[in-house]
Design a protein around this ligand. Structure first.
Ligand code: GRF
Length: 201
């Protein structure tokens, strides 16, 4: 697979609602890791003003934005995001713990260019609290899924899946810790493959 050309680095925006650990790793990798010269984080947006993720992005000099989702339609909320992103020439939107279901308004603004990571096999479990589901059901493994986003709840086509062995875990925290470790590695590697493949065409 060919490497991304230097003058065609992919511009990404990251949307998050929570702690932002996936965003943090992706950002680090764009600065001095596997995503260097492949893509750059142009903006980070959250619907949660106080999230750690916004603070981390902003302390790394990344433009960050809070968009309030309360008391407005999904269309209006997403239109604000679309407008905010416009000046940044965004190629891909990367969801990293963004706890909102997208409507066709945003999905159609970035067709096949919105990617999400899910802590379970999207064929078996959709929606929030994937690690809680695995823990409650005493699963011996879960399957991290990276997928394109459509307007359904974790229904878009899968891009990559990776198994996480949960045997030996006895608390929810251990399950999360094991899973996130895999997420952090997988997300950047998969993004690298997607963007490099795109650039070599
Ligand atoms: C991750 O488990 C991800 O799979 C899910 O939300 C969580 C986000 O974690 N979609 P973080 O905010 O990146 O730490």
């Amino acid at each position: 697979m060919q490497k991304a050309k230097e003058n065609s680095i992919v511009n990404i925006a990251i949307l998050l609602s929570g702690s932002g650990s996936n965003m943090e790793v992706i950002l680090k990798n764009t600065l001095h890791g596997v995503l260097k010269d492949v893509c750059q984080v142009k903006a980070v947006i959250s619907n949660n003003k106080e999230t750690r993720g916004l603070k981390i992005a902003s302390s790394n000099g990344i433009p960050t934005f809070f968009v309030n989702a309360k008391n407005k339609s999904r269309q209006l909320f997403e239109e604000e995001i679309i407008q905010l992103l416009q000046p940044f020439n965004i190629d891909y939107i990367i969801l990293a713990g963004f706890m909102r279901i997208l409507s066709p308004h945003l999905v159609n603004a970035y067709p096949n260019r919105i990617i999400n990571i899910h802590p379970a096999d999207t064929a078996k479990y959709q929606g929030a609290c994937g690690y809680e589901w695995a823990f409650k059901n005493k699963l011996s493994e879960t399957m991290i899924t990276i997928h394109y986003v459509d307007e359904g709840l974790d229904t878009g086509p899968a891009i990559a899946k990776q198994k996480v062995d949960l045997r030996g875990t006895s608390t929810l925290n251990e399950v999360k810790h094991k899973g996130l470790k895999v997420e952090h590695l997988l997300y950047s590697n998969v993004l690298k493959e997607i963007f490099n493949a795109k650039q070599s065409h």
